[in-house]
Design a binder for this molecule. Structure first.
Ligand SMILES: [Zn+2]
Ligand SMILES: [Zn+2]
Length: 335
């Protein structure tokens, strides 16, 4: 089978004669059909993730076809795979939080992923999807699971005023999730074309943080009350600081970036407004909810799709994003 490995930063080599993995008990072999490229993959591709050793087969946003009958699945069924790798036996796993497993990993990041013809995964991480969805669309279920996790953790309430920092694929997915919950949503980014996309996807207000005064815009948007719900989909300590500044009494702030730099947050700011600051990591069994969103056409994955490349051009697919970071949303590779 073919397997595309990152052998050094910015260099992926496709090997043609890799041995096909064989499923064991409780596992399924999936013939991969489409793999999305995530911001995480771009960081790995640039060699910016010290927790990733090379060579590495990247890819954690993928769809495919069941290769052979297994306990739960039949050959030929179309499936997506939750990429959270968990042990199933530690305290967090037993409590129902596989994304907080003591040895948690993500397919395609700390272990081999989906830029290959065949991948073997645990049955309980596999979900069927209907004929009405294409493989490319289904590959975008994983990024929307990040948005679903933000809803699950943050508990946004109908009628609240929200702000999303960042209008990339994750931020736009969060926007769609918040609109489904009935919030008024403002989106801020530094790139106008992304803000146009946010408008298309239902943003009630957009602000270019480079050319407009965000704090003033938030005051107008919330009639000086502040933001009930803020999500940092960029991952910057300065954003967390300003999110806390602009929060309403009883507001919630959700962060999901991997930035190691500290934010400066006085305890008083949190206490005065009784704020909740929380984080989300990957997703905690959110695939069923997102499958519902996709099946009922409640979200618009096609709107965030920028380009599709065949596996042979996987290097071009990564270069496409690296060369047009402002004007590229989701790029998907097909096999
Ligand atoms: Zn991702
Ligand atoms: Zn565990």
């Amino acid at each position: 089978m073919r397997s595309a490995k990152l052998v050094e930063p910015k260099k992926i080599v496709i090997y043609d004669n890799e041995p096909e993995p064989k499923p064991g008990v409780g596992q399924v072999a999936v013939r991969v059909k489409a793999v999305g490229i995530c911001g995480t993959d771009i960081h790995v591709w640039h060699g910016e993730r010290p927790d990733v050793s090379l060579p590495r087969v990247m890819g954690h946003e993928f769809s495919g076809v069941v290769e052979a009958d297994s306990g739960k699945f039949k050959k030929g069924e179309k499936v997506v795979v939750d990429p959270v790798v968990s042990c199933g036996t530690c305290v967090s796993c037993k409590r129902g939080y596989p994304n907080l497993c003591s040895t948690v990993k993500c397919l395609g990041v700390q272990v081999e992923g989906a830029f290959c013809d065949l991948i073997v995964v645990p049955e309980e991480k596999v979900y069927r999807f209907p004929e009405s969805l294409s493989f490319v669309q289904a590959s975008m279920i994983e990024p929307y699971s990040i948005a679903s996790e933000v809803m699950f953790r943050g508990g946004p309430v109908e009628g609240e005023k929200a702000l999303v920092f960042g209008a990339g694929p994750i931020g736009l997915g969060i926007l769609e999730g918040l609109k489904l919950r009935g919030l008024s949503v403002m989106v801020t980014d530094l790139v106008d074309s992304r803000l146009t996309k946010a408008r298309e996807l239902g943003a009630d207000a957009v602000v270019n943080g480079k050319t407009e005064n965000l704090a003033q815009a938030v005051n107008a948007f919330t009639e000086d009350f502040g933001l009930d719900f803020t999500v940092d989909a960029v991952g910057n300590p300065k954003i967390m600081e300003s999110a806390i500044d602009m929060a309403a009494p009883g507001g919630r702030v959700v962060v999901l970036g991997f930035n190691p730099m500290p934010a400066q947050v006085p305890e008083l700011s949190l206490v005065r407004k009784e704020l909740k600051v929380m984080a989300t990591r990957m997703n905690c069994n959110r695939f069923p909810e997102v499958l519902g969103w996709f099946e009922e056409k409640k979200v618009h994955p096609d709107a965030v799709l920028s380009a599709v490349y065949p596996l042979e051009d996987v290097n071009k697919a990564f270069e496409h994003i690296a060369q047009n970071p402002d004007n590229t949303l989701k790029v998907v590779v097909t096999l």
